[in-house]
Design a protein around this ligand. Structure first.
Ligand code: SF4
Length: 671
């Protein structure tokens, strides 16, 4: 049994719901999507008391089940205007789970700033937040630990969230007590600030009871073994951590560099050294005594996190993640990881989303307010944001609004949220996820950075993206960190059995995608109508792709018919009359028509072979072949129309389908 609380901040009344079985399993991201949809989040002002703020833990929270203690935070995003689920690692859900709490919804808004304290005796208290106001996250965190003790875990609204700056995230304690694991995206910290909740403190207790604790233990051990045997986990996440993705993207050309104006910072083939990736930083950091593998929560076997040390061996920040390296680093022209680490610490002290912050700063640089790579300019901007000056508050509204204010042409956002460090022009399937999800440009909604997109057609990319969004949502809903997906996704039977052991349910493996699908899809329904149109853009492109395919095929069929008429049936009265000819002339031009018919047959063959190539994974070559043949058909139709105006009808029949194909293809490429 787990408890779910609805806390009305306005009068501090608390309603308690006891959850059992499947209801516990569905209390994560699934419940967030469902609750926000039911409460009509689409119509509320995101910074008003009417916007609910939901915190939820997965069904294994409170245990050392590897990477299963993530916290999902949901609300209507003040940044995007859509439904947001931002999740973070650390120990907050570990604490909730230990108190047998599945989650809670904060409703209304408090009159005065409060700290909510979940006590291990089951009580919930509202304490004065006055002493912590305006403090940086590290100082506030120390003060809260001094007041509530070491055996607590904390969710913190930073100084930017306090003034409802949309860069604001919610910082959770990591395993060592740093307020450094953020539910960062979408302005969830601003929503917490709008509710005047400065911090939520949860007492740590003990491992919660389960239906069959022995089997749960076995499941935990089996999972650890599977993770230890998994290539992706061991060779990438556990070895280099997420910063290894910087090396991958630098190679692929998908790394954001100087406001997304380039995709590669260093050309390794030309002998340049790339200092902003895992290969370089890993060696540097471990040489200084830093930790290149580190768990953000108890029990995580993957340990993708790190603790970055400076040249004197002193801790600077934890963790340096790929997203921060990309957006706050290379996207702002930073090429030295020591500079990035200092900025990362300052951003963590403000409790802000480093993706949105980095993209916004690069837009300021593009607007001419500072130079790319100017670390002092960036630190000065952070001071303005920290103080909440007029400029600082403007900049804290995020990339889209800042870009609009300074009338910058290149503003890398989707649905008003900064594009994360997977340039959708290169990492195309992730770009589709960003367009199709209600979350905005959030790669975590469905990231596919290793997919060979250039060898796939658009329909295949869209279906891969939608499937991946569903699986990510399923993992999120279970409180599982997605870096374990290479094990959880193919082992749904083991997962179902372990959940059944934990909560006495009778899940089958099919529960997994059934669980993820509504969590991924429902938020699209909770979007305001005006924004839903953007969401259907990717599927609309698929429909258009189908129309173009039919147009090309029709062009081919028409040209086969021309072949038949010219090469096979030329002397038949019904045919030569159609070409405004006579029996004598048809007989005289028989060999010419035979030859011309074959030209048409070869054009049609080119179209059909091209279409076949697009269907067998050779999309680019196929499209080029179809386009060339359609262009030839169109040109021939124009020549026919100009040289024989009496044959205009035939010219239109011959030229219209290839024209539709060519115009539609050009439109899709440019949009
Ligand atoms: S894999 Fe990394 S982010 Fe995920 S839970 Fe483990 S340490 Fe945290």
């Amino acid at each position: 049994m787990r408890t779910y609380y609805d806390i009305l901040l306005t009068d501090r009344t608390i309603a308690k719901r006891e959850l059992e079985g499947e209801a516990i399993v569905k209390a994560g991201r699934y419940l967030i999507a469902k609750t926000l949809l039911e409460l009509g989040a689409a119509t509320v002002d995101p910074l008003s008391p009417q916007n609910p703020l939901i915190f939820s833990a997965g069904p294994f929270a409170g245990t050392s089940f590897s990477n299963a203690n993530r916290t999902s935070v949901g609300c209507k995003s003040p940044l995007t205007g859509g439904v947001k689920e931002a999740n973070g690692g650390g120990t907050f859900s570990y604490g909730l789970g230990q108190q047998k709490i599945a989650g809670f919804t904060l409703l209304g808004a408090s009159k005065n700033w409060v700290v909510i304290h979940f006590k291990k005796d089951g009580g919930i208290e509202f304490d004065d937040a006055g002493p912590y106001m305006g403090k940086g996250n590290f100082e506030a965190n120390d003060m809260l630990h001094a007041r509530y003790g070491k055996k607590v875990t904390i969710a913190l609204c930073g100084p930017v969230g306090e003034y409802e700056g949309l860069l604001g995230g919610i910082a959770f304690s990591d395993k060592d007590g740093r307020p450094a694991r953020l539910a960062a995206r979408g302005g969830v910290g601003a929503v917490m600030g709008a509710k005047k909740v400065k911090a939520i403190v949860v007492d740590l207790d003990k491992i919660p009871p389960f239906h069959d604790p022995k089997k749960v233990n076995t499941g935990i051990k089996e999972y650890a073994k599977m993770l230890q045997a998994d290539g992706m986990v061991q060779n990438f996440y556990a070895k280099i951590g997420t910063m290894g993705m910087a090396d991958v993207q630098n190679q692929m050309g998908g790394l954001p560099v100087r406001n997304f104006s380039a995709g590669r910072l260093a050309d390794l083939s030309a002998g340049e050294t790339f200092k902003m990736g895992g290969d370089y930083i890993g060696q540097l950091n471990t040489g200084r005594g830093g930790e290149q593998t580190h768990a953000c929560m108890p029990g995580c076997v993957i340990q993708c996190s790190n603790v970055y040390h400076d040249a004197s061996g002193k801790e600077v920040v934890s963790p340096v993640e790929y997203e921060t390296l990309g957006l706050l680093g290379t996207n702002c022209g930073i090429a030295d990881p020591d500079d990035l680490a200092q900025l990362n610490y300052l951003a963590n002290d403000l409790g802000v989303d480093t993706i949105e912050l980095g993209a916004m700063l690069a837009v300021l640089m593009e607007a001419g307010l500072g130079a790319f790579g100017d670390v002092k300019f960036m630190a000065d901007c952070l001071v303005e944001i920290r103080k909440g000056t007029e400029k600082g508050r403007l900049w804290a509204q995020g990339t889209a609004r800042v870009g609009e204010h300074y009338k910058v042409a290149r503003v890398p956002v989707i649905k008003k949220q900064a594009i994360s460090a997977y340039d959708p022009r290169v990492v195309e399937a992730t770009g589709i996820s960003m367009m199709a999800t209600a979350q905005g440009a959030d790669h975590t909604a469905g990231n596919l950075p290793r997919l060979k997109t250039r060898e796939m057609d658009l329909e295949a990319l869209v279906s891969q993206s939608l499937l991946h969004q569903t699986r990510v949502a399923a993992n999120d809903s279970l409180g599982l960190c997605i870096f374990g997906m290479s094990v959880t996704n193919p082992n749904t039977e083991w997962l179902a059995n372990t959940i059944n052991a934990a909560h006495g349910t009778s899940m089958t493996p099919a529960f997994f995608e059934a669980h993820g699908s509504p969590a991924a899809d429902q938020p699209r329904g909770a979007l305001p109508r005006s924004r839903r149109a953007q969401d259907v853009r990717a599927p609309a492109r698929v429909t258009m792709g189908l129309v173009l395919w039919v147009a090309a095929a029709l062009a081919g069929v028409i040209h086969v018919l021309f072949f038949c008429m010219e090469s096979l049936w030329w002397t038949r009265p019904a045919v030569y009359r159609r070409f405004r000819s006579t029996a004598a002339r048809a007989e005289a031009t028989k060999s010419l028509a035979l030859n011309q018919g074959f030209y048409n047959l070869f054009l049609a063959a080119g179209v059909f072979i091209g279409l076949a190539l697009t269907e067998t994974g050779h999309y680019r070559a196929g499209i080029i072949l179809v386009a060339w043949n359609c262009l030839s058909m169109l040109a021939a139709a124009v020549v026919l129309a100009l040289s024989s105006p009496g044959m205009m009808r035939g010219a239109i029949i011959q030229g219209l389908p290839p024209l539709v194909f060519l115009a539609g293809t050009l439109y899709l490429r440019s949009s």
